[in-house]
Structure formats: C-alpha cells, structure tokens
Design a binder for this molecule. Structure first.
Ligand SMILES: [Zn+2]
Ligand SMILES: [Zn+2]
Length: 168
C-alpha cells in the first residue's frame, strides 16, 4: 500500500468516525433523537440494517447536504428548551417564559426517546420558578401537567413537595 492511498483511506476513516459515528451518538445524547429506520440514508440518525457499516452510512449521508427534516422536531425542541433554561438561570424569567416552557412541554412530540427524563428536566425550571415566587396555583399546574404526561422522573424528584402541596 502506498503512502498516498494510506493517507486517503485514513482521512476518509477519520471523517466517517467524526462526521458520522460521533455525530450520530451526539444526536442521541444531546438531542435525544432515537435511531431511525425509515428516514433514509441522508439522515444522520439512520440505523437501517443495510447501512450499519460506518463507511457505507457515511457515504450515503454526505450524498445530501441537507439536515433530515423528519428529525427537525427534536432539534427545535432542544434549542428552544436550552434557550429558556438560560433565561431561567439569568433570573430574567417572568411568567411569559414559564408559559412558553410549559406549552413546549405539553406540545412536544410524544415519540421522543427518553422524553420523560428530558421533559422532567425542562419542567423543573417553571416548577422552581413558581416555588420561588410562592405561586401555589402555578405549582399545581406543573404537577398536573407532569401527571397528565406521565412524567415519572419529575414526580419522583419532587414527591415530598407534591405530597405537601396536595395536602394543603
Ligand atoms: Zn444510534
Ligand atoms: Zn432523521
């Protein structure tokens, strides 16, 4: 094998590892997008059996320069939630931000993998907000929303507070 062909092969391997394999795993951990079997080869989250080899998947992926439209709801949701989380941290939050966060949670796609945990994290912020301003109605609203959406993580985290709110 010549040096030249070895270099070409390595650079393709590196791209395939970074642009395909690592980016795919990032899609799982950061955006919480599950493996997709019907989005086609142009989808980074494509996990169709015939495309499982990294180089095969990578070649199909770079044939298209557009992001997968069917994965868009996860990306939008994550970005909006992250934006709101930073607003809550900056203490500039007001009721309009709480409303936006709660609407986002209520309307989010139900097909999200790890939805319960992900949305529990998001609902934590409005819950803390209502707690800090002593708004009991707001707390009831958060708890009711969590129960309607069976967000068990959220309910587990705040089980003592919820018991206290419901007793009063
Ligand atoms: Zn995967
Ligand atoms: Zn996709």
């Amino acid at each position: 094998m010549s040096i030249k062909s070895e270099q070409v092969e390595r650079s393709i391997k590196n791209k395939a590892m970074g642009a395909y394999y690592l980016a795919h795993e990032f899609g799982h951990t950061y955006y919480r997008i599950p493996d997709q079997y019907e989005h086609g080869g142009a989808c980074l989250m494509n996990s169709a059996y015939e495309d499982m080899a990294v180089l095969v998947g990578y070649k199909k992926l770079i044939e298209s320069d557009k992001a997968c439209q069917q994965c868009e709801p996860w990306v939008t949701l994550k970005h909006e939630i992250e934006e709101l989380k930073s607003i809550f941290k900056s203490s500039e939050a007001d009721l309009s931000h709480v409303e936006r966060m709660l609407t986002l949670i209520a309307e989010s796609p139900t097909f999200i993998l790890g939805r319960d945990y992900f949305l529990s994290l998001a609902l934590n912020f409005p819950f803390r907000y209502y707690e800090s301003i002593g708004d009991e109605l707001g707390l009831f609203y958060c708890v009711a929303l969590a129960k309607n959406n069976r967000m068990s993580h959220f309910l587990e985290w705040h089980v003592d507070k919820i018991k206290k709110i419901e007793k009063e």
